[in-house]
Design a protein around this ligand. Sequence first.
Ligand code: AMP
Length: 323
Amino acid sequence: MTHRPILTHTRDQLAEALARLPGTKALVMTMGALHAGHLQLVREAHALADHVIVTIFVNPTQFAPGEDFDAYPRTLGADMDALETVGADLVWAPSPQDVYPAPATVSIDPGPVARVLEGKTRPTHFAGVALVCTKVVNLVRPDVALYGQKDAQQLAVLRTVFSQLDIPVRIHAVPIVRDRDGVALSSRNQYLSEEERVRARALSRALRRGVEVAEAGAEPGSVISACRAVIEAEDGIDLDYIALVDAGTFEILAGTDGVPLGEAEAAPTLLTDGSRAGRVLIAAKVGSTRLIDNMEVALRGPVRLEGDEARAGGGTEETGARA
Ligand code: AMP
């Protein structure tokens, strides 16, 4: 049975409502304009804790000037209706002043993983994400926080930040929820015209092609060429990057001239069958809307580097093991 979640805005309201929730807590952080992808996080959260807390906050510190902070859809009433259908217990929808009572002078540099791909195009983005996620986790004190693989690099950044700052929360990753035509659900899909929405299918088509050729044993460079060919066959897509990375460490294996991870000499992430867990990622503008998507891939080709050591029990949530 579902019920309307309790809605809070200020920090005091949040603290009071949290005090009335005994037992374990799962946190789902969102920017609102909720869709079935967000609701899947809430559903999975129920299986992990006694209570589910959802935050709805368009975080200014993760947007750069000129990005879509002002245009980002804000639909609190509809979001509350949607959450009622999946049964969240508590919603925190703060104002920027509630989250940042004083201008933030402290910043978190998540390190090399935040400088490639999204971090190259949006250099201040992950510092803002790391800051808001750290603050909200500290305010809510959940046992587990759920994040979507839709933002796979964000997940890698948060794993790094929470682990290195000893923030006592477990991270649970949720696979990407897609529309029937393959397009990954995103609040930003609302910006697309009908014709752009059709064109946007090329992103997931390209990723699927990359997965196919990789799993047939192609080398990382050929995986990227196969993806790129799909995008180039479609008019009106302005590609930012296509890359193949190690799914756990985000070491770039092919497809971008981005800054290499440098000091990160982590062992490759292996799946239970011994193949390397990779992830193909894409970012592109369709019209003026920037979209991102990615897919996990088992790399059966020769991608191990000299001196690589298998990380015992490696893998990712999507394949049942932990990255
Ligand atoms: P956002 O509101 O875009 O900041 O997303 C909030 C959370 O929902 C993040 O952890 C996202 O990765 C996750 N999310 C967004 N879209 C999807 C999707 N299509 N499938 C799974 N998770 C998603």
